[in-house]
Design a protein around this ligand. Structure first.
Ligand SMILES: Nc1ncnc2c1ncn2[C@@H]1O[C@H](COP(=O)(O)OS(=O)(=O)O)[C@@H](OP(=O)(O)O)[C@H]1O
Ligand SMILES: Nc1ncnc2c1ncn2[C@@H]1O[C@H](COP(=O)(O)OP(=O)(O)O)[C@@H](O)[C@H]1O
Length: 200
């Protein structure tokens, strides 16, 4: 018991969504480092923003230099990293925003925790399904080379697990699609979600 009381404010999520003409929701990108999460998230946000939607992107590297500075990559630290991010994303949903989140989120348990915090109705899971060999070949940040040399511990795909999502809302195979095609698949998925909520 921490002696806090939850306050209910007069302006509600529904009021904000009505004013913004959009439902709050989270687009959650999961996949290996270098799979294309940030690149696709960026392209999708540009599409949405220029179509008039109110968006905000939470990105792994940025969050880990700020609110989650001090957390590392053990299973426990990743779970705490993702728990805090999910709580932040939930605030964006309450604010009526389309929150885009791009995190490795490697295990089924991690993603279940995130989905449970945000709520199934407001959560779209996008699996950026790029094989390890391709991510390693891209090695955008040179991290795979370091992980192979043992210079980075607990590196996802090399010395820490990545469990494929079983029932994501969308799977993107980036070896068969370019960035524009990948972003278009996500935008179409969002449009059908908006339609199901009676927003067009
Ligand atoms: N050990 C290890 N494993 C995986 N990734 C590592 C690691 N160390 C540093 N990095 C860099 O941190 C980014 C992943 O952070 P996340 O917050 O998305 O990870 S997690 O969801 O908590 O697992 C990840 O960013 P992306 O490449 O954009 O995925 C890496 O750049
Ligand atoms: N279809 C695609 N979708 C996304 N990225 C792609 C695609 N094809 C090639 N790439 C390249 O793969 C790299 C992905 O890096 P990044 O987006 O930082 O991945 P992540 O955020 O998952 O670590 C970028 O250099 C990008 O240009």
């Amino acid at each position: 018991m921490n002696n806090t009381v939850f306050h209910n404010y007069h302006i509600t999520r529904k009021d904000r969504e009505k004013q913004l003409k959009q439902p709050g929701m989270v687009l959650w990108f999961t996949g290996l480092s270098g799979s294309g999460k940030s690149t696709i998230a960026n392209a999708v946000e540009q599409d949405l923003f220029h179509s008039g939607y109110k968006t905000y992107t939470l990105d792994g590297d940025n969050i880990r230099q700020g609110i989650n500075r001090g957390l590392g990559f053990t299973a426990e630290d990743r779970a705490e990293n993702l728990r805090r991010i999910a709580e932040v994303a939930k605030l964006f949903v309450d604010a009526g925003q389309i929150c885009i989140a791009a995190f490795v989120s490697p295990t089924k348990a991690d993603r279940k925790l995130v989905k449970d915090i945000i709520g199934e109705d407001d959560f779209i899971e996008i699996f950026v399904d790029t094989p390890l060999e391709i991510c390693e070949k891209r090695d955008v940040k040179g991290l795979y080379a370091k992980a192979r040399k043992g210079e980075i511990k607990n590196f996802t795909g090399i010395s820490a697990p990545y469990e494929n999502p079983e029932h994501p809302d969308l799977i993107i195979k980036t070896e068969h699609k370019n960035v524009g095609q990948s972003a278009k698949a996500v935008t179409e998925c969002i449009k059908s979600h908006l339609k199901s909520k009676n927003y067009e």
